[in-house]
Design a protein around this ligand. Structure first.
Ligand SMILES: *Cc1c(COP(=O)(O)O)cnc(C)c1O
Length: 386
């Protein structure tokens, strides 16, 4: 990979790092679906023996992601949740985790159940508040600090460098869910994080057609990484070859897609601020957002493609607004080329800390005027009785 080092990440992504060598001159990486690999007559192996611990199609995608994040190694999993579980399952009973209170709810919910069942202590904290992580740490006992920035669905921003300092001071590792920021706009490892997590289902793939997760480590020799690696091979949560191949294809346009989504999201956030039917726009690129100063310092090239709006008239008006959209699709998930709108409280259920009037918006790569016009007519219809 030394050759790729002096090139811009846009070049590495577009060319898939040239992490493959085709004997026939192919310019795209091959797809190798074989689950098993034959031995020579002397019983030696040519590469690996079985796809669960050796899947050649994964290597170029993992190498590219490691390069884009500035890490020493990456691993792909069957979903984001499988990648998160791999980190948490490398802990032992009696260990302690500090995690963010308002984050991707599926992970928070799973963490709470898993930690309870397996004797791992868990503290949920408002990680975006200075000092909150520090106060929850138990030196010698805390193994992992887990943050997400910008975080679902309020897009709060956590100071990664400060979180890394606090975690390391207590002997813990910092894991950053960088699904929303992507390697295009955030480099958590350079800020001191130990592991970067992605739901690769989202921006990395970018086309809403692959379920995948990823971990990238700063130190591939660490005990945590070695345990997670063994766990993937044995537990079997690795990504399938076809999905890895599609994911790499998606990653080749990552920089274009993220730049476009991020520009449009900022433009929409600005246009919707002050709209009479919008009580609040949540977007870290807006100067009035509580996380703006930290985001401006630790993100680059924009503030991401995700924003939320709080609709005047509460839950019913929010649901009617979503129902009136024609261009935005009413769907969960994020980071695809198509724009999505979602009433989060409906998805998360009763225990959710998400306001009832909130609509989460994933901005795609469509014409931004179409997106704004759609939201404006939907807000008019949705809030007309309010
Ligand atoms: C989607 C998502 C996850 C979970 O990933 P899956 O690929 O759905 O398993 C975790 N974190 C964030 C921020 C996400 O958006």
């Amino acid at each position: 990979m030394a050759e790729g080092k002096h090139r811009a990440p846009e070049t590495d992504a577009a060319q898939a790092l040239h992490g493959f060598e085709a004997s026939d001159g192919a310019v795209t990486p091959p797809l190798q679906p074989s689950t098993t690999f034959a031995r020579q007559r002397d019983y030696s192996l040519l590469s690996g023996d079985y796809q669960r611990d050796h899947s050649p199609t994964l290597h170029p995608a993992e190498a590219l992601l490691a390069q884009l994040e500035g890490g020493s190694a990456a691993m792909l999993y069957a979903s984001g949740m499988a990648a998160a579980a791999a980190v948490i399952q490398s802990l032992r009973p009696g260990d302690h985790i500090v995690a963010q209170r308002v984050m991707y709810w599926g992970l928070r919910k799973w963490l709470q159940g898993f930690c309870q069942d397996f004797g791992i202590a868990l503290d949920l904290v408002d990680a975006e508040q200075p000092g909150a992580i520090q106060a929850a740490l138990r030196p010698g006992e805390t193994r992992i600090v887990w943050i997400e920035t910008p975080s679902n669905p309020m897009w709060e921003v956590v100071d990664i460098a400060a979180a890394a300092d606090a975690a390391h001071g207590a002997g813990a590792k910092l894991v950053v869910d960088s699904t929303v920021a992507t390697p295009v706009q955030s480099q958590p490892l350079a800020l001191g994080a130990d592991i970067v997590f992605h739901s690769a289902t989202k921006y990395l793939n970018g086309h809403s057609d692959v379920l995948a997760g990823a971990l990238v480590t700063a130190d591939s020799e660490s005990e945590l990484w070695q345990r997670a690696k063994a766990y993937r091979a044995q537990g079997g949560a690795m990504l399938g070859a076809f999905e890895a191949w599609l994911l790499l294809r998606g990653m080749r346009t990552l920089y274009l897609r993220v730049a476009r989504a991020s520009e449009s999201a900022l433009w929409l956030a600005q246009r919707l601020s002050g709209h009479p039917k919008v009580a609040e726009v949540l977007y870290p690129g807006l100067e009035g957002h509580p996380g703006h100063a930290v985001a401006a310092r630790q993100m680059r090239g924009g503030f991401g493609g995700m924003l939320s709006i709080r609709v005047t008239g509460g839950r019913e008006a929010a649901l009617r607004t979503a129902g009136a959209c024609d261009v935005f699709l009413r769907a969960t998930s994020l980071g695809g080329v198509e724009s999505l709108i979602e009433h989060r409280a409906t998805i998360e259920g009763e225990s959710s800390p998400v306001p009832e009037d909130l609509l989460r918006i994933s901005v795609g790569i469509e014409d931004r005027n179409d997106l704004l016009a759609d939201l404006e007519q939907a807000l008019d219809k949705g809030t007309s009785d309010a």
